[in-house]
Design a protein around this ligand. Sequence first.
Ligand SMILES: C[S@@+](CC[C@H](N)C(=O)[O-])C[C@H]1O[C@@H](n2cnc3c(N)ncnc32)[C@H](O)[C@@H]1O
Length: 362
Amino acid sequence: MNYRHAFHAGNHADVLKHLVLARIFALLARKDAPLAYLDSHAGVGLYDLTGEQATRTGEWEQGIGRLWPLAEVPPPVADYLAFVRGLNPDGRLRFYPGSPELARRATRPQDRLHLNEKHPDDGRLLKANMADDDRVAVHLGEGWHVPRALMPTAEKRVVLLIDPPFEQADELSRCVDALKEALGRMRQTVGVIWYPIKAIRQLRRFHQALAGCGAPKLLQVELYVHPTDDPDRLNGSGLAIANPPWGLEDELRTVLPWLATQLAQSAGGWELNWLIEEQPAVETQPATVPKAGERSAAPASSRPGQPARTARGDKPAPASKASAGPDRVPKAGQRSGTPSAGSKRNGRANKPGASRGKPTRG
Ligand SMILES: C[S@@+](CC[C@H](N)C(=O)[O-])C[C@H]1O[C@@H](n2cnc3c(N)ncnc32)[C@H](O)[C@@H]1O
């Protein structure tokens, strides 16, 4: 366990993760019912960007450092920035909220937070940083055990963040296993997996595994700041979101192009894609035996080859250049859609409703 998040706090990947997390909490807050937030790999919770570790890499300067001085930002970004500004009331950017502090600020008195961190030093710091909030429980155990150990929760609604350091080769598949475990215990879990994007082709199997994880619906959100073909560099990051709250997709369609432009380094781009689209409930009709010569037709939405519906099932999937039935799956070596500069999408299926950003230059 060599990874220390303090070196990376506030970078472009944190901005994407924390912005989306903040929106998830905001959208879920439309209902009063309490929710539980589970953070399997929590880090220390709060970061000092003037500290030795953050200063050594300076990664935050290309992340939160770019958004901080902007006077005008899209409303969802303004809400996320308000949490960061709340930590820096004198107007100078110094403190940055990790996922625990962000969740603490974005949740309500009726909500509960379970934060888990395995590294003993980071765990101690996390405890100290969260000490004043009696809604928070800090656990110092194994992150992969969090769904099994803590779910189902007393609260009927749960947000689970799975954000490991990706030091081990098997962590992508462990993320999928942890999500499956969570969904098996609470099917409506809003499950968020963060993942790094280096060479995009390395993620093909991960995306396929996610598509088969059994979530009722699952959204893939990616943001690139470099071409996605250099395996030795963090070129971007992604979030796989099981059961995203209604409205999140539309917000992200507005915010991602803006964010890709703001955070692009050598080349920026984004992608939003339903890896699992919600199946509309099939209406049950009283069984009638078709008369001779009469056809029995399945409802249009459940016919094979029809695009499935989006989010709530009451709106058709948005028309998209990338919309394709199974016959449009690109062959190996063939690009699908308009990739961001330098990014490779070889052999990946374009699902209906997929959107991809044009390349933007940094
Ligand atoms: C990417 S950081 C978490 C960042 C945090 N979620 C945030 O957004 O602010 C990953 C954390 O996982 C911790 N960690 C590593 N292996 C772990 C394990 N097996 N179980 C729990 N935590 C682990 C590391 O010490 C590190 O603090």
